[in-house]
Design a protein around this ligand. Structure first.
Ligand SMILES: [Zn+2]
Length: 238
């Protein structure tokens, strides 16, 4: 897409005046910036049904999750290691594959997740339905604060977009969502066995696929003392 814009402009440079060419290039550059920003955002497709209020809650939570993602991306790629190392190890452990984490975050930022209904009856916080490829949110989601909702979006959207998982086999292999975890599998939720995953180097090559670690990293980076540094860097960059 960007190449095509550039080719179009180059062809016109030979037939139009310099001021016009400059104006035209400026417009193209602004379009490019808008287009780039539009692409680099986590978006939700749907839900088609439901109340405006609930749809807006989902959009707002997705927008906050996207802001958290851009801060994570900036921190891990551009900020000094002192800003992010402790947070990264808190969420993934010291044996984690850092480039794997960066790749998942990058996939996320270009990602879309689908919803059909705004609120799924009988569901607690959230769920990713692998058969339908849709994310669902339940009663707890809509009665929680905005930070919790953004974390839930982060967790469920990571399943949909980056194929993250909740369970790991005792041998350290990720169990794809929708499959029954074999006996002895470890659940990577923050309030379950994340500490077990983090402490064992066996899980180092795969823990970057643990969904809840992204929820945790996003939260601690956003609320830490270094958050203003990351935010300023992010604003300076764009
Ligand atoms: Zn999950």
């Amino acid at each position: 897409m960007n190449c095509r814009i550039r080719t179009f402009e180059t062809n016109h440079l030979s037939t139009i005046s310099k001021p016009m060419a400059f104006k035209s290039l400026t417009i193209s550059f602004l379009c490019y910036l808008c287009f780039s920003r539009a692409v680099l955002a986590l978006r939700v497709i749907g839900p088609a049904q439901g109340s405006f209020a609930k749809k807006q809650i989902i959009k707002d939570a997705t927008a906050l999750a996207d802001a958290r993602l851009s801060a994570m991306e900036y921190a891990l790629n551009h900020a000094s290691e002192a800003c992010w190392r402790a947070h990264m190890e808190n969420a993934f452990g010291r044996y984690a594959n850092l480039n794997g984490i960066r790749t998942v975050i990058q996939q996320f930022r270009n990602g879309r997740y689908r919803m059909e209904e705004p609120e799924s009856k009988g569901l607690g916080m959230g769920h990713y339905d692998t058969a339908q490829d849709v994310v669902e949110f339940g009663h707890s989601f809509f009665t929680s604060g905005v930070e919790i909702r953004a974390g839930a979006v982060m967790h469920e959207a990571s399943h949909a977009i980056a194929r993250t998982v909740d369970h790991f086999t005792p041998q350290g292999q990720p169990v794809p969502q929708g499959q029954t975890p074999p006996p002895g599998s470890v659940l990577g939720y923050v309030d379950s066995k994340l500490d077990v995953l983090k402490a064992n180097p066996l899980f180092g090559p795969t823990i970057h696929l643990n969904a809840d670690s992204y929820r945790l990293l996003a939260h601690t980076l956003a609320t830490s003392l270094s958050a203003p540094l990351v935010r300023r860097g992010l604003e300076g960059e764009t």
